[in-house]
Design a binder for this molecule. Structure first.
Ligand code: E4P
Length: 218
């Protein structure tokens, strides 16, 4: 299972990259806006830090022509740029266009298996179902991941599932159990994954007991 980080904050990307478990980055207009910095400055820094793993950059237009223009521009910034496109009629047409040209796409804002199926049929490289936002409205987000996994496996579609809108470590674990290809995880949740109180208590006890060992070589 691959781990992407869901952020446009270069410090978080660098910190996650130092852990050597990072397989890619996803951004969206909200995450870029949160940085308070110019778009191109942020994107160039991210691509310098992650030059060889997928980095999803989202178009802001909602019409086909606009998406093509923006996606073409973004694709020129690096060979690892993935064009993130919302699941709309114009969006699906744009996915078809980019995939035909050999440019990878990530279909975003997916909330139903029907939307995912259309994105697969359009040839999307990645599909991003948003589990946290479904949980927020009292749906079971992870159920959508199971449904999409089944559809992909039934027909052998090439699209990879990026579990998005992850809010907690359980979302990551459940994604792995279902067999999602990728989880795009906020930095806070990446940090939470390593923590366990019994690890802290156990380590403290080992260190204390180590003090009483005679003739230690280190
Ligand atoms: C997906 O790629 C999106 O960037 C993201 O996961 C959205 O998550 P949110 O619901 O926390 O905004």
């Amino acid at each position: 299972m691959k781990f992407f980080i869901d952020t446009a904050d270069i410090n978080e990307i660098r910190a996650a990259n130092e852990l050597k478990i990072l397989d890619g980055v996803t951004t969206n207009p909200t995450l870029i806006a949160k940085t308070g910095r110019p778009f191109m400055e942020v994107v160039k820094e991210i691509l310098e830090e992650i030059p060889d793993k997928p980095v999803s950059l989202e178009v802001a237009s909602t019409d086909y022509e606009g998406m093509i223009k923006e996606g073409e521009m973004l694709a020129q910034l690096g060979k690892n740029v993935v064009i993130k496109i919302p699941v709309t009629i114009d969006g699906l047409k744009a996915v078809k266009y980019f995939e035909y040209k050999g440019i990878k796409t990530n279909v975003t804002l997916v909330f139903s298996p029907a939307q995912a199926l259309l994105a697969m049929k359009a040839g999307a490289s990645y599909i991003s179902p948003f589990v946290g936002r479904l949980d927020d409205i009292s749906h079971t987000g992870m159920e959508l991941i199971s449904q999409i996994r089944t559809i992909i496996d039934n027909y052998g579609f090439n699209s990879q599932i990026i579990v998005a809108s992850i809010r907690n470590p359980m979302h990551v674990i459940e994604s792995a159990l279902i067999g999602a290809d990728i989880a795009t995880i906020p930095y806070k949740v990446i940090s939470q994954l390593i923590k366990h109180p019994l690890t802290d208590i156990g380590l403290e006890r080992f260190l204390k007991d180590w003090e009483s060992v005679p003739d230690k070589p280190f």
